[in-house]
Design a protein around this ligand. Structure first.
Ligand code: PGA
Length: 251
């Protein structure tokens, strides 16, 4: 039985005041939700503050990125040990915005994925096709390539204890959501791809859906057999919406 996970990706949003307000509302709102793990991924600069605000709460923290390097001349980067200092549990890897704007290739994402695990964090590997790839009917091909980058470099064991987020790029921030059936077919494909190498790892791995998840569509998405929760962008900045999404995962 896989525990649902709902992670909020705050992206480049917030002020110290708004972050404090959001965290306080979330703490009050998700405390009674028993069977769902709730995570928030603040911008790096707010991680220390969010970490102390979340002390003693059931909400855990994720980062939006992580350097694969330990230390050295890597201006602007944040390492695994730095995230460890603040109790960060998850790290998003290969988000489509990082692939599109920051040169994150499949190979770089795979190397980061393994570095995240080496530092005791849990990687959330983001995969998904663009609109053009979607319209060409190449969804499975793209997702396969992104998953296989990790499989080929590091083997299926790398996925043990990891999380995958399927996020069709055409659904991110656009208000267009994959239908529950569309999303389920890709999630099933992803689990099947891992199962070809190791059925137990495949049955354990949590596969989240991301792309315009909101309170109104969350329940239908989360009721699909291979959708184990969500990676939520825009709606995670609104406490009531995000809490309702977490409630929808608690089924
Ligand atoms: P969205 O973003 O929910 O705003 O579509 C999801 C994501 O990018 O992780």
């Amino acid at each position: 039985m896989r525990q649902p996970l709902v992670a909020g990706n705050w992206k480049l949003n917030g002020t110290l005041a708004s972050v404090r307000e959001l965290v306080e509302s979330l703490k009050a709102g998700v405390g009674a939700i028993e069977n769902v793990e709730v995570a928030v991924c603040p911008p790096f600069v707010y991680i220390p503050e969010v970490s102390s605000l979340l002390a003693g709460s059931k909400i855990v923290m994720g980062s939006q990125n992580m350097s694969r390097h330990l230390a050295g001349a890597y201006t602007g980067e944040v390492s695994g040990p730095m995230l460890n200092d603040f109790g960060v549990k998850y790290a998003l890897i290969g988000h489509s915005e990082r692939r599109a704007s920051y040169g994150e290739t499949d190979e770089k994402a795979a190397r980061k994925f393994v570095a995240v695990k080496e530092h005791g964090l849990v990687p959330i590997l983001c995969v998904g096709e663009t609109l053009v790839e979607h319209e060409r009917g190449n969804t499975f091909g793209v997702v396969k390539r992104q998953i296989d980058a990790v499989l080929d470099f590091f083997g299926v064991e790398a996925f043990d204890g990891a999380v995958i987020a399927y996020e069709p790029v055409w659904a991110i921030g656009t208000g267009k959501t994959a239908t529950p059936e569309q999303a389920q077919s890709v999630h099933e494909y992803i689990r099947g791809r891992i199962a070809r190498c190791d059925e137990e790892i495949a049955s354990r791995i949590q596969i989240l859906y991301g792309g315009s998840v909101k309170a109104a569509n969350a329940e239908a998405l989360f009721s699909q057999p291979d959708i184990d929760g969500g990676l939520v962008g825009g709606a995670s900045l609104d406490a009531d919406e995000f809490i309702a999404i977490c409630v929808a995962a608690n089924q």
